[in-house]
Structures are given as C-alpha cells and as structure tokens.
Design a protein around this ligand. Structure first.
Ligand SMILES: *[C@@H]1O[C@H](CO)[C@@H](O)[C@H](O)[C@H]1NC(C)=O
Length: 327
C-alpha cells in the first residue's frame, strides 16, 4: 500500500519536513464492485448540474424581464455552482475508475483552496441574496433606490473577494504541518478533516486555530442570512391577508430552501460530531453538499419560480430548433 516515499527538497518555505509528495484518495474504495455504478450515477448528476446551471445563466442573459438584482445574483450563484462542483466532481469521478487515485501535494492544496474559496463565495452570495430579499419584502419603497447596479456589483465583488481570501490562512496552517506517516486520504477529495488526520506532528494548536477561523468565516454570512430571514418572516407574519402573505413568501421561498439545504448539509458534516467520527457517513454527507445540492438548486429555482418558468417557455418558443416544442 505504501508508496516509495521520496524526500524532495522543499521548494516552498511554508512546507517544512514533508516527506510525502503525493496523497492517495481512497474515495469509496471499500465499496468494491459499486465503483462503475457510482461513476455512472455521479457523471449523470454532474451533467445535470452543468446543464441546469448553464440553462439558468442563458435564461437570465436572454430575458429582459429577468434583468433585476435578484436574477443577477441568481446568475452569479449558478455560475459559482458550476465551479464549486467542478472543483470536486471530475477528480472524484476519476477515483471511481482507478483503484488508487493519486493527487500530488500541490494538487491537494489547489483543490482544497478552490473548494473552500467557492464554498466561501457561496456563503457570502447567499447572504447577499437574502439581504436583497429582505429589502424587497421589508423595505419595498426604498428597494430600487438602494439596490442599484453599482451596489449590486459591489456586493457581488465583495463576495468573490472574501471567498477567495477565506482559505488562505487555513491552507497556510494546514499544509505547514508535517505529513510523514500514511498518505492515504480517506475521502473523495482533499478535505480538511481527512488531511489533518494524516499529519504526524501535534496538530492540536493548528486544528483549534483553523476551527476558530472557519467558524468565524461561516458564522458571519450565516448570521447575516439568518437576520435577513428573521426580519422577512416577522414582516410576512404581520401582513393581514393570507394572499398577501403567500405572495410575499413566494418571492423568497426558493432562496430559503437553497439556504437551508446548503447550511443544513454543511452543518451535518462540519458541526455534527457523529458524522466526523465515521468516515463513511462523512463521505456520504459530503456527497450531498459537493455534488447533489448544486444539482438541486437550479431545479428549485426553475420549478418554483413563475418568472423563470415563463422565461423558459419563451426561450423554447424563440429558439429556432425549439420551434417544434412550442404549442
Ligand atoms: C453577477 O452580478 C453582476 C452584478 O449584479 C451582474 O452585472 C452580472 O451580470 C452577474 N453575472 C452573471 C454571470 O450573472
């Protein structure tokens, strides 16, 4: 099982004493025989994710009535989801086809960087999107004045920048540790927990610091999102008519489902102790938020949203090759 471990001069200052040059992703290696099945299923899911999100981007780009802040944010979100799942899925699919899929030390850092950056952007974009819903529902008269294009662009830019800064400290702390014992990552991608398990130095201080950073980084957008929704719900409850309540709620329900799915699945893996103790459960739940939720999001938005459905119908009608589909 063990690779020939070669000691290479450390070219990068932040990586002291590392005798390991590559990791092995064990993935679902214990599920012998199921590998091909998993490959087919997850390839299909990946294709659906790409198609769904590209479709949302196309609809928003070609539909004038969807040129509003809410849909600009949704477009950015779909664009993000494509990269978020792409940081994990292609490599994961490869692990299903090979017995031992190796990933180089730097490859592991790059994958982890992009995954955390994308998850970070996702947290911030979800917060921006819920703030947008908060303004639309709680401050409808001032909405257009506050949410102008400049503000939208600024909030979107802040989300992307904050997201890309998020992993920097975590990476420096993690990959400064020594890895000299096993190089087998019991996971389908280079995630923090499984990588930290392989460190052979005392990682306690680093783990605590990483935990604090990760909690702050996710807590800030999470609390912003929560605060928006507490305000939204209290406003909706004060609307006297049932119809008015339903109408107001329908403008934010898709987003609320997406937020709940994202934080729900993330919370199960990173906050619940049982999932982190059992590698199998950890891997299964990780599949949810790395591969499955990016597929569900465009479906939720297109099925639950009248404007998106209408835009889809129009696009099919206008599309030359889609003429035969129109009634
Ligand atoms: C992202 O958001 C900005 C600002 O609202 C918008 O101009 C841009 O078109 C969006 N990008 C995508 C891909 O939807």
């Amino acid at each position: 099982m063990y690779l020939i471990i070669v000691r290479v001069p450390n070219l990068i200052v932040m990586l002291p004493n590392n005798t390991i040059t590559q990791f092995i992703l064990l993935s679902f290696g214990d599920l012998h025989g199921l590998q091909t099945f998993l490959f087919v299923i997850f390839l299909a899911i990946y294709m659906i994710t790409l198609t769904g999100n590209v479709l949302i981007l196309t609809l928003i780009a070609f539909t004038q009535s969807l040129h509003t802040p809410m849909y600009f944010f949704l477009g950015n979100f779909s664009f993000l989801e494509i990269w978020y799942t792409t940081s994990i899925t292609p490599k994961m699919l490869k692990t299903f086809l090979t017995v031992q899929e190796a990933i180089s030390f730097s490859g592991c850092i790059v994958q982890f960087y992009f995954f955390v950056a994308m998850a970070g952007v996702e947290c911030y974009l979800l917060a921006v999107m819920s703030y947008d819903r908060y303004l639309a529902i709680c401050k409808p008269l001032r909405y257009t004045a506050i949410m102008n294009l400049k503000v939208c662009l600024r909030m979107v830019a802040c989300s992307w920048i904050s997201g890309f800064l998020t992993p920097v400290f975590i990476i420096v702390l993690t990959f400064r540790l020594s890895f000299c014992a096993s190089n087998e990552i019991d996971h389908f991608f280079c995630d923090l927990g499984p990588v930290l398990k392989l460190s052979c130095t005392d990682a306690h201080a680093a783990k605590t610091t990483i935990f604090v950073i990760a909690s702050v980084v996710t807590m800030v957008p999470f609390l912003m999102t929560l605060a928006s929704y507490v305000n939204i719900l209290s406003t909706i409850l004060r609307i006297p008519s049932t119809r008015g309540k339903q109408k107001a709620f329908s403008t934010c329900s898709s987003h609320l489902i997406v937020v709940t799915l994202f934080y729900g699945t993330l919370g199960i893996v990173y906050a619940a102790p049982t999932a982190s103790q059992s590698p199998v459960l950890n891997k299964l739940f990780s599949l949810l938020y790395t591969v499955v939720t990016p597929t569900i999001n465009p479906i939720i938005y297109s099925l639950r949203n009248k404007e998106v459905k209408e835009a889809l119908r129009n696009l099919i009608r206008k599309w030359p090759s889609g003429l035969s589909l129109s009634p």
